[in-house]
Write a protein that binds this ligand. Structure first.
Ligand code: GLN
Length: 552
């Protein structure tokens, strides 16, 4: 049976529950424990796959193809355990399971109710997700007091009783500083714990988000009012330099010991070793170079919409201590002829995306990068746009497009598999998974890299596994004309039916992939494509890349 740490939040949202849970998990992992993390989200969507990035931030995709909350990205960046379908669960998923069971008659005529049927379903999920681990951190989305989260809180209360000493409750709260009074205020924390206790949950640990270290007296006061031992009232200051500081900060407050002692795991664990994290922070803080990457997308102002991507770009600079500045450009602003915004940037990136708005701006930005020898990395939609640009400008295929935008284009260089009509009017099918067309290709798949290509050199291996989230594909009918014009198809699916990576050998650094490498980049290991890209940006800045138009 795994030991469970339930992580709740109070007072306000955005206190960084996910990051705190992930950072704590990182310390526990470094002490030799097998750790996993689970996010329970109270909203009714069955998963975040259908939610707009504007509202909910990025949709994070796991290797097994789950579309999940972006907190799972934090989890994977902080611990070695890989996340999957079981690591994220919403109210919608729980209710749809319960309703499906009810329809099948599984409840044998009982009146189906929130307690016990919904709560049982939640408890069951937590048990399954934590199986096989020493410690599972179970994060409850939202804030205590929300109507939506009540069934989850009731379920974890019950699990607390069931697991006894193998369950702990950690509550994050805000301890605000009032400038006018020159005082920090503990009252919101008292109220938030009171709220939690009114539904039967007594926290074991309080993580108090505060701008200042809490004094002994303040911790004592909070302890007195909340029934939490003083040593378990912990100050969680804002991260000093970057989020990768947090494991060390929580370790300095003794948080991991509270968990280890609480569960009686002393004999099972070693000392924490946070050298990796200190190294990451050192590389991030003590930089030697600085580059600027233009990120041309649709939701650029909404930082959470590209969470994994911005992290991956930062990781890409760590090997050579390069600070990465991201110039966020709305692709719509590049729809016209004025591309002056791109002058002087060291590299251009077009990330994943959907729909028509701003697509031509992306195509224009790619043309700029290709013609001026500026390093370019295209991801998913960014590869599709690169293919469209190349088809129009280099292959002379006028009006080339993706059918996502123009279903009747003369040259559907990007389309649904079912639309790859050959010259005689036959639809080309992949032998096995021909029903992929019209649905999302999701999750990790293997890809073979072409000998002698830049991709192969960067990865240093022949077969790589990367994660997908898209419907449209490169149309195989155009392979020949692309290759004749100098585009190398450097990554293909294992059965060779799908194009995964394209690159231009005559350009200093031009590579685009159909998958999302940002989901597998971590601060400790980076990712070969991002490291290669950022280091190319530095060479571009230092004038080492050949300038001028790559003549094709
Ligand atoms: N809209 C494109 C597709 O569905 C690309 C998706 C993406 O960039 N994730 O294929």
């Amino acid at each position: 049976m795994a030991s469970l740490v339930f992580v709740t939040g109070g007072v306000v949202s955005s206190l960084g529950k996910g990051l705190s849970a992930a950072a704590l998990a990182a310390i526990l992992e470094s002490r030799g424990l097998k750790v996993t993390l689970v996010k329970l989200d109270p909203y009714i969507n069955v998963d975040p796959g259908t939610m707009s990035p504007f509202q909910h931030g990025e949709v994070y995709v796991t290797d097994d193809g789950a579309e999940t909350d972006l907190d799972l990205g934090h989890y994977e960046r902080f611990v070695r355990t890989r996340m999957g379908q079981l690591n994220n669960c919403t109210s919608g998923r729980i209710y749809s399971n319960v309703i499906a069971k009810e329809r099948k008659g599984d409840y044998l005529g009982a009146t189906v109710q929130v307690i016990p049927h919904v709560t049982d379903e939640i408890k069951d999920w937590v048990r399954r997700a934590s199986e096989g681990y020493d410690v599972a951190m179970i994060e409850i989305g939202g804030t205590v007091g929300d109507i939506e989260s009540l069934p989850f809180l009731e379920a974890i209360r019950q699990l607390g009783v069931e697991y006894g000493k193998n369950a702990m409750f950690m509550h994050l709260t805000l301890v605000p500083y009032l400038r006018a009074a020159n005082e920090i205020k503990t009252k919101p924390t008292q109220h938030s714990v009171k709220e939690l206790r009114s539904i039967g949950i007594q926290p074991d640990i309080l993580l108090c988000r505060s701008e200042f270290e809490l004094t002994e007296a303040e911790r004592e006061k909070i302890a007195l009012f909340t029934n939490v031992p003083k040593k378990a009232v912990i100050t969680a200051l804002d991260a000093r330099n970057c989020i990768y500081d947090i494991p060390k900060m929580l370790f300095d407050e003794g948080l991991d010991d509270l968990i280890v002692e609480g569960f009686g795991l002393e004999d099972k664990v070693g000392e924490a070793n946070l050298d990796d994290w200190l190294e990451v922070v050192d590389r991030m803080v003590n930089t030697r170079h600085e580059v600027t990457v233009a990120m041309v997308g649709k939701y650029v102002e909404h930082h959470d919409a590209y969470k994994s991507l911005t992290e991956a770009l930062v990781h890409g600079g760590l090997r050579q201590r390069i600070k990465v500045n991201i110039l966020r450009l709305e692709s719509e602003d590049l729809d016209g002829n004025d591309l002056s915004m791109l002058e002087g940037v060291d590299a251009v990136l077009v990330p994943g995306g959907f729909g028509e708005r701003g697509f031509e701006g992306k195509v224009n930005a790619i043309r700029f990068a290709r013609e001026n020898g500026v390093p370019y990395l295209g991801i998913c939609y960014g590869m599709q746009a690169a293919a469209v640009e190349f088809a129009r400008s280099v292959c002379g295929l006028e009006g080339a497009n993706t059918t996502e935008i123009d279903p009747s284009t003369a040259h559907n260089v990007i389309g649904l598999i079912t639309e790859w009509v050959d010259a005689s009017g036959n639809v080309e099918h992949r032998d096995e998974k021909s029903d992929l067309g019209g649905t999302m290709r999701l999750g990790g798949q293997e890809c073979r890299l072409r000998e002698g290509s830049m991709a192969r050199r960067l990865y240093g291996q022949e077969i790589v596994r990367e994660r997908h989230r898209h419907r449209y594909e490169f149309n195989n009918r155009y392979r020949d004309v692309f290759q004749k014009n100098g585009m190398v198809l450097s990554g293909l699916s294992m059965d060779e039916t799908l194009v995964e990576i394209i690159e231009l050998p005559e350009h200093p650094w031009f590579l685009a992939c159909q998958f999302h490498p940002e989901f597998t980049s971590t601060p400790r290991d980076g990712h070969p494509l991002f490291t290669g890209f950022i280091e190319a940006a530095l060479r571009e800045q230092q004038g080492e890349l050949p300038r001028g138009v790559a003549q094709l």
